[in-house]
Design a protein around this ligand. Structure first.
Ligand SMILES: [Ca+2]
Length: 486
């Protein structure tokens, strides 16, 4: 039993420690943990807190209520791979060389790859140029423990996988999409632990696995500052092949048999518990599965944030959430026009949530012009890391903007997907694409309905010229693989 003076002394120490722990001086001595959560094909309005859809995301809504929600946050491409390449490098896809999909398109025509064919197919031979410096490289060098859990999508050959790209930990799939239960991509087992493919978790819903592995990574990191890149595959459509996979979790032998007799699943897979939340209300099975997958992901995010708080790291962890491209049509992207793969706002604009209690304002909504290009410089700055000065980055530290201390220095953004082109300069948006053209004033016409190209030919010409100058800069950049010819 402790004597009274010793007990008092312990109490005094505890009080002093608590005081120090909450002062900014103490907090500043330890760089924050950084959790970057990226969802897949989740549309701009697909959060409960937006209020236009009956979708339930209570955990993300809480992070938004306790943090900052961005309404003008952009991706660098309107589909998966190049958008993610920019998240990891802080560079335009046209600069880092990953400006199209890494994907075996022959499956679209019913082709099933043999192992020999697969070994030399685009999914195995293409990836982010190994000379590119990733956000993992930058933060690992600054003393962070770094992890990737989820959809990597930067190439599957060993040289492209996370453990060779600045990350200490990897559990997830290397390619573009999987069946949520078998973890196969059109028949090919695609889940990895580290550098090895694994089928150990076959049959378990991918979001549950990504939650489990995120919790594992955070627990194993202890008090060392960590960076976790958590790109969920949800709520992307499943990449299933043939009749052997069911669209929903087969619970019993009877259900399994029923699943086997169903046509190949279309759209998203989600556990029945979550689909049931929406089925009766929506009368649309496909949409119910999409919403169910989002709600399941939201619950996983809630558990991960709960662990961070339980560890006492709630005040020194930055959480960022956004999608990798616009919604793929599940219930639409209104008020935005278009969706995934298009140059309209619906393809390029994503919800953004930034949460860091005590360091970011609570309940703030900002319309400041920001992009994923800002992520790497922001994280590097927080970590006290110095990115290699020889590498041209395309963004800036966005913390002062999120804190509301200054306006975003971003006034321009450019996009190109194959022959489709777009630019935003101030509130002007210019598009030349196979799915539509025009000049729009986003300040008064967020839905890009009124083409002002004929009324404002000078502005249309200015936008086209600015796009041309950006394109020339990209062409002059040091060429990178896999797509540049050099
Ligand atoms: Ca995507």
């Amino acid at each position: 039993m402790k004597s009274r003076p010793a007990f008092r002394w312990n109490l005094l120490c505890l009080a002093l420690f608590t005081l120090l722990a909450v002062t900014p001086l103490f907090a500043a001595s330890r760089p924050p943990n950084i959790l970057l959560i990226v969802s897949d094909d989740q549309g701009y309005p697909d959060l409960g807190c937006i209020g236009t859809k009956p979708i339930q995301t209570p955990n993300l809504d809480r992070l938004a209520a306790e943090g900052v929600r961005g309404t003008s946050f952009y991706l660098t491409w309107c589909a998966c791979t190049p958008s993610r390449g920019s998240i990891l490098t802080g560079r335009f896809p046209q600069r880092n060389g990953l400006y199209d999909m890494v994907r075996n398109d022959m499956v679209n025509y019913g082709h099933k790859y043999s192992p020999e064919e697969y070994a030399v197919s685009p999914e195995m031979t293409l990836g982010l140029d190994p000379r590119e410096i990733t956000i993992g490289d930058v933060l690992k060098k600054a003393g962070y423990r770094t992890g990737v859990v989820g959809k990597w999508d930067m190439g599957q050959a060993k040289r492209y996988l996370p453990l060779q790209r600045g990350f200490d930990f990897f559990y997830g799939h290397g390619n573009n999409g999987i069946d949520y239960y078998t973890h196969e991509r059109y028949g090919v087992p695609s889940m990895f632990r580290g550098n090895e493919r694994t089928e150990a978790d076959k049959g378990t819903y991918a979001t549950d696995l990504f939650k489990r592995e995120s919790l594992r990574f955070i627990r194993e990191s202890g008090d060392k500052p960590w960076f976790l890149y958590l790109p969920f595959n949800a709520p992307h459509g499943a990449s299933s092949f043939g009749k052997e996979t069911g669209a929903v979790e087969p619970k019993s032998a009877k259900a399994q048999k029923k699943a086997l007799n169903r046509p190949p699943p279309e759209g998203v897979q989600a556990p029945e518990k979550y689909v049931a939340l929406y089925r009766d209300k929506l009368k649309d099975e496909r949409l119910a599965r999409y919403y169910g997958a989002v709600t399941c992901m939201d619950e996983a995010i809630g558990e991960i944030v709960a662990l961070i708080k339980a560890q006492g790291h709630g005040a020194d962890t930055l959480v960022i959430f956004h999608s990798d491209n616009g919604g793929s049509g599940n219930g639409g992207n209104a008020p935005l026009r278009g969706g995934k793969s298009s140059m309209f706002e619906g393809g390029l604009r994503s919800p953004l949530i930034a949460w860091w209690p005590g360091r970011l304002p609570a309940g703030k909504v900002t319309d400041e012009f920001l992009t994923t290009l800002e992520l790497l410089p922001t994280f590097a700055s927080l970590a006290g890391a110095k990115p290699d000065p020889r590498v041209k980055l395309d963004g800036f530290d966005m913390m002062p903007i999120l804190r509301g201390e200054k306006k975003s220095p971003r006034t321009e953004m450019f996009w190109q997907r194959r022959g489709d082109m777009a630019a935003r300069v101030g509130n002007w948006k210019w598009i030349s694409s196979s799915r539509g053209n025009g000049l729009f004033d986003l300040a008064t016409d967020l839905g890009e309905e009124r083409d002002l190209a004929k009324d404002k030919p000078d502005i249309a010409a200015m936008m086209k010229a600015k796009f041309g100058a950006w394109r020339a800069e990209m062409d002059a950049a040091e060429p990178r693989g896999p797509f540049r010819d050099y």
